[in-house]
Design a protein around this ligand. Structure first.
Ligand SMILES: C[S@@+](CC[C@H](N)C(=O)[O-])C[C@H]1O[C@@H](n2cnc3c(N)ncnc32)[C@H](O)[C@@H]1O
Length: 195
Protein backbone atom coordinates (compact mmCIF):
# COMPACT_ATOMS: atom_id res chain seq x y z
CA UNK A 1 0.00 0.00 0.00
CA UNK A 2 1.21 3.52 -0.81
CA UNK A 3 2.43 5.73 2.04
CA UNK A 4 0.99 9.25 2.13
CA UNK A 5 1.47 12.22 4.45
CA UNK A 6 -2.25 12.12 5.28
CA UNK A 7 -1.66 9.34 7.74
CA UNK A 8 -2.73 8.28 11.23
CA UNK A 9 -0.70 11.06 12.87
CA UNK A 10 -2.35 13.65 10.60
CA UNK A 11 -5.86 12.48 11.50
CA UNK A 12 -5.14 12.13 15.20
CA UNK A 13 -3.80 15.68 15.24
CA UNK A 14 -6.98 16.94 13.57
CA UNK A 15 -9.11 15.16 16.15
CA UNK A 16 -6.99 16.50 19.01
CA UNK A 17 -7.12 20.06 17.58
CA UNK A 18 -10.86 19.86 17.06
CA UNK A 19 -10.20 20.50 13.38
CA UNK A 20 -13.21 18.42 12.33
CA UNK A 21 -15.06 20.71 9.92
CA UNK A 22 -16.52 17.67 8.12
CA UNK A 23 -18.60 16.78 11.17
CA UNK A 24 -22.24 17.76 10.62
CA UNK A 25 -23.46 16.51 13.99
CA UNK A 26 -26.04 14.06 12.65
CA UNK A 27 -26.48 11.32 10.08
CA UNK A 28 -26.96 13.06 6.73
CA UNK A 29 -30.31 12.78 4.89
CA UNK A 30 -28.88 10.80 1.93
CA UNK A 31 -27.57 8.13 4.29
CA UNK A 32 -30.73 8.20 6.42
CA UNK A 33 -32.97 7.71 3.42
CA UNK A 34 -30.81 4.91 2.11
CA UNK A 35 -30.88 3.18 5.50
CA UNK A 36 -34.68 3.65 5.72
CA UNK A 37 -35.30 1.43 2.71
CA UNK A 38 -33.14 -1.49 3.93
CA UNK A 39 -35.33 -4.36 5.08
CA UNK A 40 -32.88 -7.01 6.32
CA UNK A 41 -31.80 -5.74 9.74
CA UNK A 42 -29.39 -8.63 10.32
CA UNK A 43 -26.88 -7.64 7.61
CA UNK A 44 -23.26 -7.15 8.58
CA UNK A 45 -22.35 -3.55 8.02
CA UNK A 46 -19.11 -1.53 8.07
CA UNK A 47 -18.65 2.23 8.35
CA UNK A 48 -14.98 2.99 7.60
CA UNK A 49 -13.48 6.38 8.52
CA UNK A 50 -16.52 6.66 10.74
CA UNK A 51 -15.49 9.69 12.81
CA UNK A 52 -18.33 10.43 15.22
CA UNK A 53 -20.44 7.79 13.43
CA UNK A 54 -23.80 9.50 13.84
CA UNK A 55 -25.17 6.84 11.49
CA UNK A 56 -24.64 4.25 14.23
CA UNK A 57 -27.35 5.54 16.58
CA UNK A 58 -29.67 5.85 13.61
CA UNK A 59 -28.97 2.25 12.58
CA UNK A 60 -29.61 1.03 16.11
CA UNK A 61 -32.88 2.94 16.28
CA UNK A 62 -33.90 1.14 13.07
CA UNK A 63 -33.11 -2.29 14.50
CA UNK A 64 -29.80 -3.13 12.84
CA UNK A 65 -27.76 -5.52 14.93
CA UNK A 66 -24.30 -5.86 13.38
CA UNK A 67 -22.47 -2.60 12.79
CA UNK A 68 -18.68 -2.23 12.71
CA UNK A 69 -17.29 1.28 13.14
CA UNK A 70 -13.69 1.73 12.07
CA UNK A 71 -11.40 4.73 12.29
CA UNK A 72 -7.64 5.15 12.18
CA UNK A 73 -7.69 7.96 14.77
CA UNK A 74 -7.53 6.89 18.42
CA UNK A 75 -9.35 9.96 19.77
CA UNK A 76 -12.32 9.23 17.52
CA UNK A 77 -12.40 5.59 18.49
CA UNK A 78 -12.04 6.20 22.21
CA UNK A 79 -15.18 8.29 22.44
CA UNK A 80 -17.10 5.74 20.36
CA UNK A 81 -15.91 2.91 22.61
CA UNK A 82 -17.17 4.83 25.63
CA UNK A 83 -20.51 5.53 23.91
CA UNK A 84 -21.14 1.91 22.90
CA UNK A 85 -19.53 0.07 25.82
CA UNK A 86 -21.50 -3.12 26.51
CA UNK A 87 -23.57 -2.88 23.32
CA UNK A 88 -22.83 -6.02 21.32
CA UNK A 89 -24.60 -4.67 18.24
CA UNK A 90 -21.74 -2.23 17.69
CA UNK A 91 -18.06 -3.08 17.28
CA UNK A 92 -15.54 -0.24 17.32
CA UNK A 93 -12.13 -0.78 15.70
CA UNK A 94 -9.08 1.44 15.72
CA UNK A 95 -7.58 0.25 12.46
CA UNK A 96 -6.36 1.41 9.11
CA UNK A 97 -9.10 0.62 6.60
CA UNK A 98 -6.51 -0.73 4.17
CA UNK A 99 -5.35 -3.30 6.70
CA UNK A 100 -8.81 -4.34 7.82
CA UNK A 101 -9.85 -7.87 6.88
CA UNK A 102 -13.42 -9.03 7.40
CA UNK A 103 -16.42 -9.66 5.24
CA UNK A 104 -19.54 -7.50 5.08
CA UNK A 105 -22.89 -7.30 3.33
CA UNK A 106 -22.93 -3.52 3.23
CA UNK A 107 -20.35 -0.76 3.59
CA UNK A 108 -21.53 2.81 4.09
CA UNK A 109 -19.49 5.68 2.65
CA UNK A 110 -19.75 9.11 4.24
CA UNK A 111 -16.88 11.56 3.76
CA UNK A 112 -14.23 8.82 3.92
CA UNK A 113 -13.34 8.46 0.23
CA UNK A 114 -12.83 12.24 -0.06
CA UNK A 115 -10.54 12.19 2.98
CA UNK A 116 -8.02 9.88 1.35
CA UNK A 117 -5.11 10.95 -0.82
CA UNK A 118 -6.35 10.46 -4.42
CA UNK A 119 -3.28 8.27 -5.00
CA UNK A 120 -5.11 5.69 -2.84
CA UNK A 121 -8.37 5.68 -4.79
CA UNK A 122 -7.68 2.52 -6.78
CA UNK A 123 -6.62 0.77 -3.57
CA UNK A 124 -9.81 2.00 -1.89
CA UNK A 125 -11.99 0.49 -4.60
CA UNK A 126 -10.10 -2.81 -4.65
CA UNK A 127 -10.17 -3.09 -0.87
CA UNK A 128 -13.86 -2.22 -0.65
CA UNK A 129 -14.47 -5.03 -3.10
CA UNK A 130 -12.34 -7.42 -1.01
CA UNK A 131 -14.28 -6.56 2.16
CA UNK A 132 -17.69 -7.32 0.64
CA UNK A 133 -19.38 -10.69 0.20
CA UNK A 134 -20.36 -11.58 -3.35
CA UNK A 135 -23.53 -9.55 -3.90
CA UNK A 136 -22.46 -7.08 -1.23
CA UNK A 137 -23.09 -3.36 -1.52
CA UNK A 138 -21.05 -0.20 -1.18
CA UNK A 139 -23.39 2.76 -0.75
CA UNK A 140 -23.05 6.38 0.19
CA UNK A 141 -22.10 9.86 -0.77
CA UNK A 142 -19.21 11.13 -2.90
CA UNK A 143 -18.42 14.74 -3.71
CA UNK A 144 -19.36 15.78 -7.26
CA UNK A 145 -17.16 18.86 -7.22
CA UNK A 146 -13.51 19.84 -7.03
CA UNK A 147 -11.96 21.81 -4.16
CA UNK A 148 -9.52 24.63 -4.76
CA UNK A 149 -7.73 24.32 -1.38
CA UNK A 150 -5.23 21.52 -0.98
CA UNK A 151 -7.25 18.65 0.47
CA UNK A 152 -8.62 16.81 2.21
CA UNK A 153 -11.38 16.86 1.14
CA UNK A 154 -10.49 15.80 -2.37
CA UNK A 155 -13.24 16.05 -4.96
CA UNK A 156 -14.20 14.32 -8.16
CA UNK A 157 -16.93 13.83 -10.69
CA UNK A 158 -19.33 11.22 -11.98
CA UNK A 159 -17.25 10.24 -15.02
CA UNK A 160 -14.12 9.71 -12.93
CA UNK A 161 -16.06 7.61 -10.39
CA UNK A 162 -17.60 5.46 -13.12
CA UNK A 163 -14.15 4.75 -14.50
CA UNK A 164 -12.73 4.05 -11.05
CA UNK A 165 -15.45 1.79 -9.64
CA UNK A 166 -16.68 -0.10 -12.70
CA UNK A 167 -13.73 -2.53 -13.00
CA UNK A 168 -14.73 -3.93 -9.57
CA UNK A 169 -18.39 -3.06 -9.07
CA UNK A 170 -21.67 -3.01 -10.92
CA UNK A 171 -22.85 0.54 -10.44
CA UNK A 172 -26.59 0.68 -9.73
CA UNK A 173 -26.84 4.35 -8.81
CA UNK A 174 -24.47 7.25 -9.42
CA UNK A 175 -26.68 10.30 -9.37
CA UNK A 176 -26.77 13.80 -7.90
CA UNK A 177 -28.18 13.85 -4.36
CA UNK A 178 -31.54 15.61 -4.06
CA UNK A 179 -31.44 15.59 -0.28
CA UNK A 180 -28.02 16.96 0.72
CA UNK A 181 -27.69 19.21 3.73
CA UNK A 182 -27.71 22.94 2.81
CA UNK A 183 -23.95 23.57 2.66
CA UNK A 184 -23.43 20.50 0.46
CA UNK A 185 -26.44 21.08 -1.82
CA UNK A 186 -25.61 20.49 -5.49
CA UNK A 187 -22.19 19.04 -4.67
CA UNK A 188 -22.92 15.42 -3.78
CA UNK A 189 -23.42 12.21 -5.73
CA UNK A 190 -25.13 9.17 -4.26
CA UNK A 191 -23.57 5.86 -5.20
CA UNK A 192 -24.89 2.34 -4.85
CA UNK A 193 -22.44 -0.22 -6.20
CA UNK A 194 -22.60 -4.00 -5.96
CA UNK A 195 -19.85 -6.60 -6.16
C1 LIG B 1 -13.47 13.54 6.84
S1 LIG B 1 -13.55 12.50 8.23
C2 LIG B 1 -15.20 11.84 8.11
C3 LIG B 1 -15.72 11.26 9.41
C4 LIG B 1 -17.19 10.80 9.34
N1 LIG B 1 -17.38 9.79 8.35
C5 LIG B 1 -18.09 11.98 9.08
O1 LIG B 1 -18.61 12.09 7.96
O2 LIG B 1 -18.29 12.79 10.02
C6 LIG B 1 -12.54 11.16 7.73
C7 LIG B 1 -12.30 10.14 8.82
O3 LIG B 1 -11.58 9.04 8.27
C8 LIG B 1 -10.57 8.62 9.18
N2 LIG B 1 -9.52 7.98 8.37
C9 LIG B 1 -8.68 8.57 7.51
N3 LIG B 1 -7.90 7.64 6.93
C10 LIG B 1 -8.28 6.45 7.42
C11 LIG B 1 -7.87 5.10 7.17
N4 LIG B 1 -6.88 4.81 6.32
N5 LIG B 1 -8.50 4.10 7.84
C12 LIG B 1 -9.51 4.38 8.71
N6 LIG B 1 -9.93 5.63 8.98
C13 LIG B 1 -9.33 6.64 8.34
C14 LIG B 1 -10.15 9.90 9.88
O4 LIG B 1 -9.57 9.66 11.13
C15 LIG B 1 -11.48 10.66 9.99
O5 LIG B 1 -12.14 10.39 11.20
Amino acid sequence: MKETSIDQAYWEQRWLNGSTGWDVGAPTPPLREYIDQLTDKSIRMLIPGCGNAYEADYLLSKGFSSVTLLDIAKPAVEQLRARYAGDDRIRVLNEDFFRHQQSYDLILEQTFFCALDPALRKDYVAHMHRLLHPGGTLAGVLFGREFSDPGPPFGGNKEAYEKLFSPFFTIHTLAPCYNSIGPREGTEIFMIAKT
